[in-house]
Design a protein around this ligand. Structure first.
Ligand code: GLN
Ligand code: ZN
Length: 774
C-alpha cells in the first residue's frame, strides 16, 4: 500500500489572479457581492479539481479566503471587535476589519485592525483584537458551505481550521487588559467542540487543525495550556479525526504537547527542520498518523526526489506506510500557482523550478514510490519523471551560471572597517544639521507615490511594445516632475522622486542585478488583494552598472529641496526573493550588500545628499526561535552596514521599516546606525514607538502618523495627537514626521489631503514647542 498524498493549502488567487481583480472591482463598487462570490466559487472549484487530478488523497478546504484566514477565523469565532458592530452588512463588516471604512454620509469612520507578518513569511495576517469584554460565538457558515461546495463536486475535503491556541497566541490583548490571550481558551474550546461535532454530523472525516505556534519557544505556562487544550479536544469524541499541523520549524520541546494529546495525526515540516524526523518517529504514539512535509511550501526549487525519497523510506520502514501521509511542508499559499504559465524563462532555469501545481506531482510521485527501494527503476511513466528530476538537479549543481569568481573573491576580502561609518552618529549629526538646516519636525514621505492607472498602463504599453522606451521614459520623467512639484506645493521638507519607474521595490533591483531571474505570473499573496512577484535569486549577485543614479540626478535637478536617493536594502531583497537553497543565506545577503554599497557610493559621488536604504523585511527574517536570533541579526545588520558605510559623514543615511514588532530587536536597529529611521506606528497608536523611548534611541526617527493601508484621510488633530505621544517618548529634536509606509497603493486626492494635514500638524507641533521653549 502506498502512503497518502496531501497538501496543506493552495494559492488563493487563480492562475490569472482572478480574485484580485474581482476584489478590487467589488471594493470600487463595480461588481456585486454575488459576482465576487462567483469568482471565489470558480477558483475553489478549479483548485479542488486540480488537486484531485494530481492524485491528492487529502484535499484542503477553507484554505481559501477573500482576505485572510486569520480574519476568517475572527469571523468564525465571532471575535469581531465592538467598533464594527454598527456595520450590519456582513461582507462590509468583514472588509471594514481588513481595510477600515469611511462613509461620511452614514457617519461611519472606523479604522482597520492591525496587520502583521505571518510567522517569517511575507504574508500579512489581520491581528485579532481582544479585550476583557470579548465574547465569542460560532459562525461556521463559510467553513461549512465551502466543504459542501466541494462535496457537491464529488470531492471530500479536509477543512483547514486555525487551532484555538495559535489563534489566541496570534491575537493582541487590549492595552488596558491585564489578561493574557490564553485566558480565553476556556471560552473558545466549547466553540471548537461545537464546530467539530457539526462537522462530524456533516460527514467530515478529517480536519486539519493548524497549530503552527507549536514550533515556537513557549513559556512553561503556555506549554501547559497548550497541552490541556489539545488534550481536551482529543477527549471530545463527537469529532472527525484531527491532524495537528505544524510548519516553519522544529517542534523540539513542544513535540510532547502534540503527541501526548491523543489526537489522530501530526504534520511536521521536514524541509525547514529535517532533523526532527528521528525524534518524532521515536516518540510518535502507535495510533498516530505522521504527515511528512517533504515538498517545500515556501520556495520554488524543484524537489530533490531521490534525496527526499530516502527520508520517506526511513519513515516507512520505521512505522509502516499505512501510518504515513506525504505532503507539502506548509500551505502552498507562499508559492506561485503554475510553472506552465511561464514562457519567458529559459528552459534550463525552468527545469530547476517547481510551483504549486508541479509540487503536487512531486508529492504524488513520492507517495507512489514510497513502497519501492529504487523508484526510478520500477515505474515506466513515473520512472521517466524520476530520471528527468535527477538530470535537472545535476545541471543546476554543475551550472556555471550560478557562480561568479570575482564576487566570491571580493566577499572574502570584506573587513570590519568596511562595515563602519567614519564617525559616530553624534559627529555626523552635527555636520548634517549644518548641511541641511531642516526645521524641527521635518516632514518627508517613505518613497513611493500613487501608482495610478496611467502609470500602470504606460508600463503595460511599454512592456507590450506599444510604447517606445524613449516615450515611456519621457512619461516617467513627467510623472516624477509633477510629483516633485506636488510635494513642493504641499510643503514637505525632504522630497522623494516617487518610484514611478518601479513596479516593485525588490523586482526593480533584481532586474538590474545579475543572478536574478523573473517570472511573468509568479505571483504570491502579500496581503488582501495585494500580490508580489518575488524574483528568483539563482546565482551570485553582481551589479553590472549603476541602477538608480540617473533617476536620482534627474529628480534632484527639479528642485532646490533635498530629494532622497531610494534603495532597497540587502536583507529585504533577500527576504522578498525566492532565494537559492544551495548556499547559506548569509553569503547571498552579503553579495547583495556589496552591490548596493557600490550604488550608495555612486549616488553620493553624483551629488545625492540623503540616501534611504529600506529594510522593511529585517524583522521578518528573524528565525522563529529566539535562540537563533543572534546569528541572524549579526549578519543582517552587518549587511546593512556594509551597504551603507562607504559614504562621508555629511551624507545622511535613512532607513525605513514597517509592519512588525521592533521592540525585541531594538539593539540591532540601533546597531544599523542609520542617521534617520522611519517606522510604521500609526495603527498601533504609537505603541511600537514606546520601546524606542524605553531604550533611549539616539538617532533621528520618524514615527508614522498616517496609516497608508486605508483610504481614510487622517485629520491633522489625529496626527498631532500621535506626535504628542511620540514627543512624550523621545526628545522632539530627534523626531521626523512621515506616513507609515510608501503611498503607491493609494490615490492622489486622498494622499494630497492627508499630506497637507501632515505638514500642518508638523507646523503646529513646531509652533507649540517653540512657544513652550520661550
Ligand atoms: N520606499 C518604499 C515605498 O515607499 C518602501 C516600501 C516598504 O516599506 N514596503 O514604497
Ligand atoms: Zn514600509
Amino acid at each position: 500500500m502506498s502512503v497518502l498524498a496531501t497538501c496543506l493549502g493552495y494559492p488563493r488567487f487563480g492562475k490569472a489572479r482572478e480574485l484580485k481583480k474581482s476584489l478590487e472591482s467589488f471594493w470600487a463598487g463595480k461588481i456585486s457581492e454575488e459576482e465576487l462570490n462567483e469568482t471565489g466559487k470558480n477558483i475553489r472549484k478549479q483548485h479542488w479539481l486540480e488537486m484531485k487530478r494530481a492524485g491528492m488523497n487529502h484535499i484542503p478546504s477553507n484554505d481559501f479566503s477573500y482576505y485572510d484566514h486569520v480574519l476568517d477565523t475572527i469571523v468564525l469565532l465571532g471575535a469581531t471587535p465592538k467598533r464594527y458592530g454598527s456595520i450590519s452588512n456582513p461582507i462590509a463588516r468583514y472588509f471594514a476589519m481588513a481595510r477600515g471604512l469611511q462613509n461620511k454620509s452614514a457617519g461611519i469612520d472606523t479604522s482597520a485592525l492591525e496587520m502583521t507578518k505571518w510567522f517569517d513569511t511575507n504574508y500579512h495576517y489581520i491581528v485579532p483584537e481582544l479585550n476583557d469584554e470579548t465574547k465569542f460565538s460560532l459562525n461556521p457558515k463559510k467553513l461549512i458551505s465551502e466543504w459542501e461546495e466541494a462535496y457537491e463536486l464529488g470531492i471530500e475535503t479536509r477543512p483547514v481550521i486555525l487551532g484555538p491556541v495559535s489563534f489566541l497566541l496570534l491575537s493582541k490583548m487590549d492595552l488596558n487588559s491585564k489578561k493574557s490571550p490564553l485566558h480565553f481558551l476556556k471560552d473558545l474550546l466549547p466553540l471548537y467542540k461545537e464546530l467539530f461535532s457539526l462537522l462530524k454530523k456533516k460527514g467530515v472525516r478529517w480536519i486539519q487543525l493548524d497549530e503552527p505556534c507549536l514550533v515556537l519557544e513557549l513559556e512553561k505556562g503556555i506549554q501547559s495550556s497548550y497541552q490541556n487544550a489539545l488534550t481536551e479536544i482529543a477527549k471530545f469524541s463527537e469529532r472527525p479525526k484531527i491532524l495537528v499541523t505544524t510548519y516553519f520549524g522544529d517542534l523540539k520541546e513542544n513535540l510532547k504537547i502534540a503527541t501526548a494529546s491523543k489526537l489522530d495525526g501530526l504534520h511536521i515540516d521536514l524541509v525547514r527542520a529535517p532533523e526532527q524526523l528521528e525524534t518524532v518517529l521515536a516518540s510518535l504514539p502507535p495510533e498516530y498518523i505522521l504527515s511528512l512535509g517533504l515538498v517545500d511550501g515556501r520556495n520554488i526549487w524543484r524537489t530533490d526526489l531521490e534525496a527526499t525519497h530516502k527520508i520517506l523510506r526511513t519513515a516507512v520502514e520505521a512505522i509502516g506506510s499505512e501510518r504515513i501521509f506525504v505532503g507539502s511542508s506548509s500551505s502552498l499559499l507562499h508559492v506561485p500557482e503554475d510553472l506552465n504559465g511561464e514562457n519567458q524563462l529559459d528552459t534550463e532555469l525552468k527545469s530547476w523550478l517547481s510551483f504549486a501545481l508541479q509540487k503536487l506531482s512531486e508529492i504524488k510521485a513520492l507517495a507512489e514510490a514510497s513502497g519501492k527501494e529504487v523508484p526510478s527503476q520500477t515505474y515506466l511513466v513515473s520512472g521517466y519523471m524520476w530520471l528527468e528530476n535527477k538530470k535537472a538537479l545535476k545541471t543546476r549543481k554543475n551550472s556555471p551560471r550560478t557562480k561568479n569568481q570575482k564576487v566570491r573573491e571580493r566577499l572574502e576580502k570584506i573587513s570590519e572597517g568596511d562595515k563602519k561609518r567614519k564617525s559616530t552618529f553624534i559627529n555626523r549629526q552635527t555636520l548634517q544639521q549644518k548641511r541641511f538646516s531642516l526645521p524641527t519636525f521635518p516632514t518627508t514621505t517613505i518613497g513611493s507615490f500613487p501608482q495610478t492607472n496611467d502609470v500602470r498602463s504606460a508600463r503595460a504599453s511599454w512592456k507590450s511594445g506599444k510604447l517606445s522606451l524613449e516615450n515611456y521614459n519621457r512619461f516617467l520623467k513627467e510623472e516624477t516632475k509633477q510629483c516633485i512639484a506636488k510635494q513642493e506645493s504641499i510643503g514637505l521638507d525632504v522630497l522623494v522622486h516617487g518610484e514611478f519607474e518601479r513596479t516593485d521595490m525588490v523586482e526593480y533591483f533584481g532586474e538590474k542585478l545579475e543572478g536574478f531571474a523573473f517570472t511573468e505570473n509568479g505571483w504570491v499573496q502579500s496581503y488582501g488583494s495585494r500580490c508580489v512577484k518575488p524574483p528568483i535569486l539563482f546565482g551570485d549577485i553582481f551589479r553590472p552598472e549603476p541602477m538608480t543614479v540617473d533617476w536620482a540626478i534627474y529628480s534632484q535637478s527639479l528642485t532646490p529641496k533635498i530629494v532622497k536617493g531610494m534603495l532597497t536594502g540587502p536583507v529585504t531583497i533577500l527576504q522578498w526573493s525566492f532565494v537559492r537553497n544551495d548556499q547559506p543565506r548569509q553569503a547571498t545577503c552579503e553579495q547583495i550588500a556589496l552591490s548596493l554599497r557600490d550604488e550608495v557610493n555612486d549616488l553620493e559621488s553624483a551629488g545625492i545628499q540623503m540616501i534611504q536604504v529600506d529594510e522593511p523585511a529585517i524583522r521578518e527574517g528573524l528565525p522563529l526561535r529566539k535562540s537563533e536570533w543572534k546569528t541572524y541579526l549579526k549578519w543582517a545588520v552587518d549587511s546593512f552596514r556594509l551597504a551603507t558605510s562607504g559614504v562621508k559623514d555629511e551624507t545622511q543615511i535613512h532607513t525605513h521599516m514597517c509592519y512588525s514588532e521592533f521592540g525585541e530587536i531594538l539593539e540591532s536597529i540601533e546597531a544599523m546606525d542609520a542617521d534617520v529611521l522611519s517606522i510604521e506606528t500609526s495603527r498601533s497608536q504609537m505603541e511600537l514607538f514606546r520601546d524606542f523611548g524605553k531604550s533611549g534611541y539616539k538617532n533621528e526617527i520618524g514615527p508614522g502618523v498616517y496609516d497608508i493601508h486605508s483610504p481614510r484621510v487622517p485629520s491633522k488633530e489625529e496626527m498631532i495627537d500621535l506626535l504628542e505621544k511620540a514627543k512624550s517618548v523621545l526628545p522632539y529634536p530627534q523626531l521626523w514626521v512621515n506616513p507609515d509606509c510608501g503611498l503607491k497603493t493609494r490615490g492622489w486626492p486622498e494622499v494630497e489631503e492627508a499630506l497637507r494635514n501632515m505638514v500642518e500638524a508638523a507646523e503646529i507641533m513646531r509652533t507649540k514647542t517653540e512657544e513652550y521653549a520661550k
